[in-house]
Design a protein around this ligand. Structure first.
Ligand code: LLP
Length: 461
């Protein structure tokens, strides 16, 4: 399940999520709304798991892609561990039923408070609210299974905090392999010039420096080269760097029991854009299978490859404005709902939800070869020229009140959305067979105003 039109299909000219016409969802809960397919999430998860089963890879879902509690629960039911990058994500993973042991805490800027909460539940910001939110016995909660540390400074603070709390923090070091993932410059993370990880050259001395520190156990290596990665070769290069590093560390007497290869696994925003996950697995399994097993656990952190094509964004056309060369289709979703087109100039296939038979899109692609299309920009209500969902697209005729589906919006859609121009955040809906569930209510204006209701004058110094 890797192409935009796999989980959401046109039947009789109307877009469906499984058996459910998505227009009925929009008519009931309004727009903008993210709609997810539970089946698509499950099958994308299983497909990655199956592809990497020869090396028994453990999947830790990258919560940043979409952190809705119900999506996390669904993935837990499939057996997923969680990869988190903030205390907020960690608490969501835990509230969704993930044992702390199955949580990997990554992120380049962990604060001391976040480390403390990750080591001992008594320090969680939710300590007074956990029961009400469905989490039990937070004060008895032990440490996360693994930290992925990104600097020596972070390890030093972690060692001190763990010692104060009387626990041992298990940690990998995130290695910067200096490998070009050949993806967008904002999502390339494995080059020396990027802020992420520590140079592979420095890893042996860091292992040596922390060898005798009792509150930290360095157990392995982590790498994440970028997202999405559309070629196999950068992963192969990174894996080779890491395997050589493991040899060096073992020769120096260290035990390396975890190799976490991060995320960035392929998915396609247009049909056929990326090779399938199996191609990646076939290229990597031979490099790893000799080492993988009881002594070396392989971890993967997929996010986008599970969620992106499992969700669409529904938006309603508010106005249609004819420009000189193109039509502006002005919608109620924009960069505040889905920032990826504005931020990365990312392509998302977008198409009206109801079309005549001759306008059913055969594939999701940048150019669709159908009769009587008009060049359009699909834009939002935000007061920014960069506020667009799709530019220069040929679309069937659309009118005020029509619904448009923006595809591949399940990952980094809702999780990157904002309240810019004081719009509430969207609703989220899960379709599971015939069941349609609102898994996140639309944010009402009152909740945006609450934190401003009681100004407090500060006495400083
Ligand atoms: N692990 C680490 C350490 C990461 O930094 C990331 C993504 C992942 C796993 C998951 O990568 P995935 O499997 O989802 O590709 N906002 C951008 C993507 C940023 C990704 C950041 N890190 C976008 O919308 O394209």
């Amino acid at each position: 399940m890797n192409q935009p039109l796999d989980a959401f299909t046109y039947r009789d000219g109307e877009l469906h999520a499984g058996e459910v016409p998505v227009s009925e969802i929009a008519d009931t809960v309004g727009t903008p709304t993210f709609v997810y397919s539970a089946d698509a999430i499950r099958s994308a998860y299983r497909r990655i798991e199956r592809a990497f089963s020869p090396i028994g890879a453990h999947l830790h879902y990258a919560v940043k892609a979409s952190s809705n509690l119900h999506i996390l629960r669904l993935l837990r039911e499939q057996g997923a561990g969680m990869d988190v990058v903030s205390c907020g994500e960690m608490e969501r993973a835990w509230l969704a039923g993930t044992p702390m042991q199955e949580i990997v805490f990554a992120g380049v800027g962990k604060t001391e408070a976040e480390q403390r909460a990750a080591l001992d539940g008594r320090w969680s910001p939710l300590v007074d609210d956990a029961e009400r939110l469905g989490g039990k016995k937070i004060a008895e909660r032990g440490p996360v299974g693994l930290f992925n540390a990104e600097s020596e400074s972070e390890l030093e603070v972690l060692a001190r905090v763990a010692a104060e709390l009387g626990v041992v923090a298990h940690s990998c070091i995130r290695v910067n392999p200096d490998v070009d993932a050949r993806t967008h410059e904002y999502t390339t993370t494995g080059l020396e010039e990027n802020k992420f990880g520590v140079s592979w050259k420095r890893v042996p001395e860091i292992f040596a420096a922390f060898r005798d520190v009792e509150s930290i156990e360095l157990v392995g290596l982590h790498v994440h080269i970028g997202s999405p990665v559309r070629e196999v070769e950068p992963y192969q290069s990174a894996v080779r760097v890491l395997l050589r590093l493991i040899d060096t560390l073992e020769e120096a007497g260290h035990t390396v029991s975890i190799l976490d290869l991060g995320g960035g696994w392929p998915m396609s925003y247009t049909d056929g854009e990326s090779p399938e996950i199996e191609i990646f697995a076939e290229a990597l399994v031979p490099l790893l299978e000799e080492r993988a097993g009881n002594d070396l656990k392989i971890v993967l952190e997929p996010g986008r490859s599970i969620l992106a094509n499992s969700g669409v964004l529904l938006t309603r056309v508010q106005h249609v404005k004819e420009g000189r060369e193109k039509t502006f289709v002005i919608c109620d979703a924009g960069m505040h709902t889905l920032i990826r087109p504005a931020f990365y100039r990312a392509f998302h296939f977008a198409w009206p939800v109801r079309v005549e038979a001759r306008h059913v899109p055969p594939i999701a692609s940048e150019k669709v070869d159908l009769p009587d299309l008009r060049p359009c920009d699909i834009v939002g209500p935000i007061c920014e020229t960069g506020d667009f969902l799709a530019r220069g697209r040929d679309l069937p005729p659309v009118e005020r009140g029509d619904l448009i589906a923006v595809f591949s919006a399940g990952a980094y859609g809702m999780s990157m959305s904002s309240n810019y121009n004081d719009h509430g955040r969207s609703a989220e809906v899960m379709v599971d067979g015939e069941r349609v569930t609102v898994i996140n209510e639309r944010q009402e204006l009152a909740s945006l105003l609450e934190t401003e209701m009681a100004p407090r004058e500060l006495t400083l110094g």
